[in-house]
Design a protein around this ligand. Structure first.
Ligand code: ATP
Ligand code: MG
Length: 398
């Protein structure tokens, strides 16, 4: 038997006139993630239906729970438009509702095929009575039922119960293409996730400082990229060495300015990669006031090294909220693994808080770091991290 899913999509977007593009992207994205199996995505009357073989239901549900643009989904049963067939499906769904311990329910019916002989109200009340008769432990509660059974009469009849939430947002790619500055920390994977859900497709860029940073630090970033890939459908991860850049900064710059200049170098590198890869935005996990390098003055300074849009989705987010999201998307346990990040080379006691824009631009350029940054970008390595239902876990042997 096949598993059938009914998918609810972002309705707001549908009203804006980009309906066709939105629909095509979502359909294509679902098919791409399910390319290892046979699947069918059909679309009718603002609803999507996904069909896969029963043995692939787990994969389908993994995909539905993680594809931006999917607002929610439910496992559905399709029957002929015959009230006896519909009743049989509804009673089976009610048995599942009872099995999971619900005590109250309602039936919600929708009839878009007006040739069907019963009205929506007649369908709902008739089936409600049938359920009560079969399952005397259940009660009807139309205001706040513990379970809702939906019946839709369309080109076929569909029966389903309460669904599951999706990640919502917009389909990948509908918001353009961006480059995520991905560190091993808690913030940047969450920043990436937020932008993915706004429809931005992403590549990631990580700076390491071998031998001051370890192979494990890189593996953690790769695992974070794989976690993001489960939402984006795949992730291109660029890794660039910043060892020379950092040693130069450490040697030539005053200690309190080292982190600021490192951020500027990261932005220069990001700008180069974004231009080379045709990406139109740079995404960072900065949050206002979180650390010394994240003041408005310092963001102005680092931001001045690119003319791309810099998207900082966490700029106004409290760390606790970021951690909650990190836990929900499965990045938190990886992020807190104790590997050094590339700032180990220097962590000044009193980093500069408010960069004087003109003075720092001049002082930075006087260091002549651009060549070392260009060399780092020229020698960077690129890895395609595929979409996979096997999520990386902290501590798992790989
Ligand atoms: P995170 O938790 O993501 O590491 P953070 O709170 O540690 O963020 P910072 O270390 O100041 O903050 O970094 C700010 C942002 O700069 C990060 O969110 C990330 O976007 C980028 N960044 C920092 N270090 C790196 C790195 N080694 N490679 C790529 N991007 C980086
Ligand atoms: Mg960090």
């Amino acid at each position: 038997m096949d598993a059938l899913y009914l998918i609810k999509i972002g309705e707001i977007r549908l009203k804006e006139g980009n309906r066709t593009e939105f629909e095509q992207r979502l359909k294509h994205d679902l098919k791409r993630r399910l390319s290892s199996i046979h699947s069918e995505v059909r679309h009718r009357d603002g609803r999507y239906y996904l069909t896969v073989a029963e043995e692939h239901a787990g994969l389908a549900e993994f995909v539905l729970a993680r594809t931006p643009g999917v607002n929610g989904w439910a496992r559905a049963v399709m029957t002929s438009k015959d009230i006896d067939a519909v009743r049989a499906a509804v009673l089976e769904a009610a048995a599942a509702v009872v099995a999971r311990g619900a005590a109250t329910f309602k039936v919600e019916a929708r009839r878009s095929d007006k040739s069907f002989p019963l009205s929506s109200y007649e369908i709902a009340s008739g089936l409600g009575a049938d359920i009560l008769e079969r399952f005397p432990s259940l009660r009807v509660d139309v205001r706040a039922p513990e379970a809702t059974l939906y019946v839709e009469i369309r080109e076929k009849a569909y029966v389903y119960t309460d669904g599951y939430p999706g990640v919502r947002g917009l389909p990948i790619g509908s918001g353009g293409r961006g480059l995520l500055l991905l560190s091993g920390g808690i913030d940047s994977p969450v920043a990436g996730y937020r932008m993915l859900c706004r429809g931005l497709s992403l590549e990631s860029l990580y700076f390491h400082a071998y031998p001051y940073t370890s192979r494990e630090a890189w593996e953690k970033v790769r695992d974070l990229a794989a976690t993001l890939a489960s939402f984006s459908g795949g992730m291109t991860l660029h890794t660039a060495s910043f060892t020379d850049v950092q040693l130069r900064i450490k040697k030539d710059a005053p200690a309190e300015k080292t982190t600021l200049y490192l951020r500027a170098c990261m932005m220069i590198a990001a700008d180069m990669v974004a231009k080379a890869r045709g990406l139109n935005a740079i995404v960072s996990g900065e949050s206002l006031g979180q650390v010394a390098s994240q003041t408005a003055e310092n963001m102005r300074f680092t931001g001045s090294f690119t003319d791309h849009a810099i998207l900082r989705p966490l700029v106004g987010t409290d760390k606790e909220d970021t951690i909650r999201t990190a836990r929900a998307i499965g990045s938190y346990e990886l992020s807190i693994l104790p590997y050094e990040d590339c700032c180990v080379l220097f962590s000044p006691k009193h980093p500069i808080l408010k960069a004087d824009f003109a003075a720092e631009r001049e002082a930075f350029e006087a260091l002549g770091l651009r060549e070392a940054v260009a060399e780092s970008v020229a020698t960077m390595e690129t890895l395609e991290v595929p979409f996979s239902p096997e999520l990386p876990r902290a501590g798992a042997a790989r």
